[in-house]
Design a protein around this ligand. Structure first.
Ligand code: PLP
Length: 470
């Protein structure tokens, strides 16, 4: 499988290079030249397979020669062995035709572990093969950082620098990043928003000299390998509910559009998906673009679901690329407009094409809390605030179409957001035992100004790749 950039000005690459590159050199996102198809029989044959095996089967056509079948199986087994639920991504029914897909059984209690645990293993192997070191720089709205740190801590070939918005992540989220003692982990509290952190990350990736100097690699949700790893649970849950003979819809708490894009990719690969429901919080740029066709940046509002406190949904570019007939010139024009005037408009036919497959539902904090209460009263199930936005979107869809099952993705464990849960239902979800030590451990992080040069200098001074010790 070969990969091309959505902006058309970066070299075509193989999977292993895309894995290590993250963002394309032209500022675009890598995407496969064509989506592989899984025949109906192949989808049906996923029924009952262990998650790791299903994962290897689904991912195989994307990796091509980078990892042979048995090597891939070994990587996926290793990635999911550390999950604290034997099914890895279990489904729970909470209402008629409404199912919660629990994606939070990994080491950091958020869905990002599903992809990151595999990405870490793939990257380490690719670097070892090439005798290289890499510097990973990531921007996080809370959960990516912890998931990346867990996936890469202690690895000899990789230094990790994580930028998070200072004082805008939850106590548990911050401590999951700042209490890790491994020398190769560096946590940076940026005096700005998540979008500022993401803008710095993008600027570093555009700086060719810096990229080469530190062997820059990206693990944010723009890394194609993460999207691919996330397609797996769409397949496993749809098959558990009767797929491929019966279609399901999916409700996805959305920020950077990586998770729901994986659903779109699964659909393009042949999985019968009815609707893809974008759930947002008060930061509702995606709901607004679906309503009006105008993608318009506004200030970020802090909410109960901080991992979705995002305005620029980077992976939306991949959807647009497909919806615009894979024409990089049109993507360059839209993204140029976004840089210059903080907005772009979609043509009516593009908007119609998106609406044919997607709906959007935004929930403010009050509505999110009400959903946590409603679901708890109705079924005793405790949702986290992110998952609650998805369940609310799912209920709305079921009111229109009660016959098609809806899978709502539960992207975080409620114990990550104990204050919001306690405010809603009057009880604090206990932190799983294996995480208790982080509440006491010493924290280590650096507060840096919201400035590219400052961050670049900090990384240069600490990355082992920059010192030529590879
Ligand atoms: C990252 C995250 C999201 C948003 O996922 P995207 O792929 O960025 O859309 C939703 N919920 C939680 C808990 C997350 O950590």
């Amino acid at each position: 499988m070969r990969y091309i950039s959505t902006r058309g000005d970066a070299p075509e690459l193989a999977f292993e290079d895309v894995l290590l590159a993250g963002l394309a050199a032209d500022g675009g996102l890598y995407t496969p030249v064509a989506y592989p198809r899984l025949e109906r029989e192949a989808i049906a044959a996923l029924a009952g397979l262990p998650f790791a095996q299903a994962s290897a089967n689904i991912i195989a056509p994307f990796v091509g020669e980078a990892f042979s079948g048995s090597a891939l199986g070994e990587l996926t087994r290793g990635a999911y062995a550390g999950f604290r639920h034997a099914a890895v991504a279990p489904l729970t029914q909470i209402d008629d035709n409404l199912f919660v897909l629990e994606l939070f059984h990994g080491p950091t209690l958020a869905f990002k572990d599903v992809a990151m645990q595999l990405l870490g293993r793939m990257m380490n192997e690719a670097l070892a093969r090439r005798g290289l070191r890499a510097t990973i720089v990531g921007a996080t709205s809370g959960d990516t950082g912890a998931a990346a740190i867990e996936a890469f801590r202690g690895l000899d070939r990789v230094d990790v620098f994580i930028l998070y918005p200072h004082e805008r992540v939850s106590n548990v989220q911050r401590r999951q990043m700042t209490t890790i003692a491994d020398d190769n982990i560096h946590t940076i509290a940026l005096t700005g928003s998540f979008d500022d952190a993401q803008a710095i990350l993008k600027a570093l990736f555009r700086d060719q000299r810096f990229r080469e100097e530190v062997g820059l690699a990206g693990v944010n949700s723009i890394n194609w390998a993460r999207v691919v790893a996330q397609t797996v649970y769409y397949f496993t849950s749809a098959v558990a509910l009767g797929g491929p003979l019966r279609a399901a819809s999916f409700a996805v708490p959305t920020g950077n559009f990586g998770d729901i894009l994986a659903g779109f990719v699964a659909k393009r690969m042949g999985l019968p998906i009815d609707r893809l429901l974008i759930a947002t919080n008060a930061n509702d740029i995606l709901a607004r673009v679906l309503a009006s066709g105008a993608y318009e940046l506004r200030a970020v509002t802090p909410t109960l679901s901080p991992s979705m406190d995002i305005q620029i949904s980077s992976n939306f570019e991949r959807l647009l690329f497909d919806m615009l007939g894979r024409d990089p010139a049109q993507i360059r024009a839209l993204m140029g407009s976004l840089d210059q005037s903080r907005r772009f408009s979609l043509a009516p036919e593009t908007l119609a094409a998106i609406r044919a497959e997607f709906d959007a539902c935004s929930s403010n904090d009050e509505e999110t809390t009400a959903e946590i209460v409603r679901t708890f009263r109705a079924s005793g199930y405790v949702l986290d605030p992110h998952g609650a936005t998805g369940v609310r979107a799912a209920r709305r869809r079921l009111a229109e179409d009660p016959a098609t099952p809806v899978v709502a993705l539960a992207t975080a464990h409620p114990a990550k957001f104990p204050d919001a849960i306690e405010a809603a239902i009057g009880r604090r979800p206990p932190l799983p035992e294996h995480l208790a030590p982080i509440l006491e451990a010493r924290e280590r992080f650096s507060v840096l100004d919201n400035d590219v040069a400052t961050v670049a200098a900090f990384i240069r001074a600490r990355a082992r790749a920059a010192r030529g010790t590879a």
